[in-house]
Structure formats: C-alpha cells, structure tokens
Design a binder for this molecule. Structure first.
Ligand code: 5AD
Ligand code: SF4
Length: 449
C-alpha cells in the first residue's frame, strides 16, 4: 500500500463546448492513477490544466488572463514552500496557437493539443524532469480513444460519449476544421464498449458528441461503414441505455435513415440541435454552408413528419461580413417560421486564418450588438412559449441530482429543460413520469405522476 504517498491536486478548468467537457473528464481519468485528485480551486494545485476554446476571440483571450492569475498563485505556492504548480494548456487554443502561447506566456509548462491527451502522463513527467520543457503534439485520434476510454468514472445517469471528431465542412467563419482536424469517426466496437461500461455504472442517457456528429461513418465489426442511425440502434440495444441524444449536426448530413430512426427508435429523444447560422441565402452562401434557407425548411418538415413532437435548437451568427438589415430580417423570419425551443446566438468574431476574416463588408460592432439583442429577445420569447406549452403535460424525467431543498430532485425533460420535483430524491438515477405544473425562470416545476 502506498498510503503515505501524498495526493497531488489537479485543477482543471474547461472552456467552450461539450466535447471539451468530455475531454476534461477523460484527462482526469488518465491522471488519477498517477495520484492526482481533482480540486475545485486552482489555489494550491500541483497541476492546473486549462482546457481551452478557440471558437471566438473572447473565448481565446480569457486563457491569457487566466494564465496571468495562475502565475501569481504559483509564486505564492512556492513561497509557502509547497512546491511547484505546473501549468498546462490543452484544447483548441493549444492546437491553434501553441507557439504563440509559449511566446506570450512563458509561465506555461506544457501545451498539449486535443489529439495528444492520452500522452499526458508522459508529457507531464517529462515537463517535471526538465523543469519547463514545453511540448505540443498533433493529430492521431485512434490511439487517443483507445487509451482514454477504458475506465471512465461516471458522475450521474447522463453521460457524454465522443463518437466523431473534426470537420470537413469549412464554413468560412469557423476554426474547427483547423483546430480539430479532418472528420474522423471512432469504430463502432470501441463506442459500444465504452457505452456498455457506462451502462454498467448506472448511465441511462448518452449524448453522442461530434463536431459533425451526423456525418458519423465509423467502421463496424465487418469493416463496413456504419451510419449514426445504425450506431443508435446498436446503442439502444444495450441493457440500461434508455435515452439517446446527439450533437452537433449539420443539415446536409441528416440522412433519411437518421430521420426514420427519430420515428422508429423510442430511445431517441425528440430534441435536435440543428444549427443553420443565418436565414439569408446570400449569407449562407458566403458562409459556405452548402445549403439555402428553403432546403432547411424542407428538411425540418421531413423531420417533423417523422417525429411531430420533436423540438429544435440552433446556433445563429449575427454580423457576418456583408450582412445587411434585409439579411438579418431573413434570419428573424426563419426563426419565426421554424420556432425554436432554445438557441445559441453569437456576434460574428473574425478568426485568424479563416476566409471570412478577410471578407469585405465587416459589420460595425454597434450594429452587430443591436442585432444580437433583437435576435436573443426573439429566442427568449420562443423559449418561454415552448416551456409554457409544456405545463399540464406529463413527461419522462431522468432524475440526475438532488435539488436545493431536502427531498427535492432535479432531472431533465426530453427537451433538456431542468425540472425540479419535491419528494423525489429516492428516484435519482431513474426515469419517472412527471406532470409539469409551472414554469419558473430557468427551470420547470413538476410533480410525480
Ligand atoms: N464567430 C461567431 N460565432 C461562431 N461560431 C463558430 N465560429 C464563430 C465565429 N467565428 C458559432 C457557430 C457554431 C457555434 C458552435 O459557434 O454558431 O455553430
Ligand atoms: Fe465549424 Fe461549419 Fe464544421 Fe460546424 S460545420 S464545425 S460551423 S466548419
């Protein structure tokens, strides 16, 4: 027994998307056997890992100010005689700006891109031996997943599972094809193994992750290309797996078999994140989205025909270069016609190296700000209307954690709203029918049916 070995404290801070959340959990899993224990504060940590996001400028800039804060904490820690704090930068900023980070932030010990997380123990050990050697590494996804997904800790009945990484779409505003590389799908068997392991630990709901998840085409046991729909059927067969979600999808990759699965496979939740970004044909073309607004409407019609109770969420960008008031009106019109249960919206942020950053007609900040406000007000209105419509309905709720008051439990509706219910703490980890009785700010209130 080595119970005299003091545990080392690991603080990990995650920015950006759900895939980063998944990656952070895997990094914790792979560092745990080395004696690292998660600490929720950076203060006094032996290793601080920043899992960064490069999607918009603000997200990337946050990293540099955080490194400044950490440098001070490190000095205080060393002054207290508590040893060194290792600072590592992971994620998409690491991938995109590795060299610049080392240059701008000499306090950083290690820069590690998303394809090298399985090498973290070795990279960190090398950093320690050579005090400040800084390394970065490159794309090779398969080895990574094999090493990272064997023994996952679970934190509740709902879990993320990455099935696909990277993107070949090259939307003109987006850094993902550069930071996460080309589309790559994990083999079916490796995903099923991970899912079975999760189910055995009590996971009931899986959210399959990928930058372009519906382009999934991993190889099955016969060496044939699978589809996301086929993968869904195989996952739904696993004992214990009752609910399936997937995100993020591109409209052009919504295959007919996936649409049919929304009709035929009860495990598939009636909720779909299907970003369109803009409602203007001119802007969609300039964004290189490879479809127009009518094609999006037609697609939504087909999906709703298959699953009438399906609700949608989306992503929107305002202030893309060349966007006029008329283009923006087209986006508002699209939102009104589709009707979203929820949506994310962003002000266009020029990203270095992407085609749109050099396009003429960059939209002034104040114009983009005003458009963002208008769009967000419309989305909030739709979101509230959607929640109001649920009052009186009975929904299957997966309870995943205790609420603030004794006996209370909080769960998720099929449409991802959080629902709190009194006297339901004994149901945590289970799915139960709940009648929705009120809409309260950020969540819904329900009672056991
Ligand atoms: N500026 C603003 N928003 C962006 N997104 C991606 N790149 C940019 C950018 N350069 C948004 C898109 C995408 C979401 C994840 O982030 O809406 O769907
Ligand atoms: Fe970025 Fe477009 Fe790929 Fe989505 S589909 S990750 S927005 S390039």
């Amino acid at each position: 027994m080595n119970d005299h070995v003091p545990l080392k404290k690991l603080h990990i801070k995650t920015y950006g998307c759900q895939m980063n959340v998944y990656d952070s959990e895997r990094m914790v899993d792979i560092l745990r056997p080395l004696g690292y224990e998660v600490s929720d504060k950076a203060e006094g940590a032996d290793l601080v890992l920043l899992n960064t996001c490069h999607i918009r400028e603000k997200a990337a800039e946050k990293v540099y100010s955080e490194i400044g804060r950490l440098r001070e904490m490190r000095e205080e820690k060393e002054a207290r005689g508590e040893g060194r704090m290792t600072i590592a930068v992971a994620g998409c900023v690491a991938q995109a700006e590795g060299k610049e980070i080392m240059h701008r932030a000499p306090a950083v010990d290690l820069v590690v891109g998303p394809q090298a997380y399985h090498q973290l123990p070795e990279l960190i050990a090398r950093t320690h031996r050579s005090k400040g050697e800084r390394l970065s590494a490159d794309f090779a996804p398969e080895a990574k997943f094999d090493a990272l997904t064997v023994d996952r800790e679970v934190s509740g009945p709902a879990a993320f599972l990455t099935v696909q990484e990277g993107c070949d779409k090259f939307c003109t505003f987006c850094v993902v094809p550069y930071t996460r590389g080309a589309e790559w799908s994990r083999p079916v068997a490796s995903i099923l193994d991970e899912a079975r392991g999760l189910a055995a630990k009590g996971v009931r709901e899986l959210t399959l992750l990928g930058q372009n998840v519906n382009a999934y085409n991993g190889l099955d046991a016969d060496g044939q290309e699978s589809t996301l729909a086929k993968l869904m059927y195989a996952l739904a067969d696993i004992e214990g797996i009752d609910r399936l979600r997937y995100t993020t999808s591109h409209p052009n990759d919504m295959g007919q078999d996936l649409i049919d699965a929304h009709r035929d496979l009860p495990a598939m939740m009636p909720y779909l994140h299907l970003p369109v970004q803009s409602g203007s044909d001119k802007i969609l073309r300039a964004m290189n989205r490879k479809h127009g607004r009518q094609a999006y409407f037609d697609l939504i019609d087909r999906i709703k025909a298959a699953r009438p109770d399906l609700a949608l969420s989306g992503d929107f960008i305002v202030g893309f270069p060349g966007e006029t008031d008329k283009d923006f009106e087209d986006t508002l019109d699209l939102i009104r016609r589709v009707g979203y249960a929820s949506a994310f919206s962003f002000k266009y942020s020029p990203r270095p190296g992407t085609p749109a950053a050099g396009m003429p007609g960059q939209v002034p900040d104040d114009v983009a700000d005003a458009r963002l406000q208008t769009l967000q007000a419309l989305i909030i209105e739709q979101q509230q209307a959607f929640k109001e419509k649920l009052i009186g309905q009975t929904l299957d709720i997966l309870f995943d954690k205790p609420g603030r008051l004794a006996g209370q439990a909080i769960g998720r509706s099929p449409y991802l709203q959080s629902v709190f219910v009194e006297d339901a703490a004994h149901l945590i980890g289970q799915i139960h029918k709940v009648k929705i009785i009120a809409n309260s700010n950020n969540s819904l209130k329900g009672e056991l049916a």
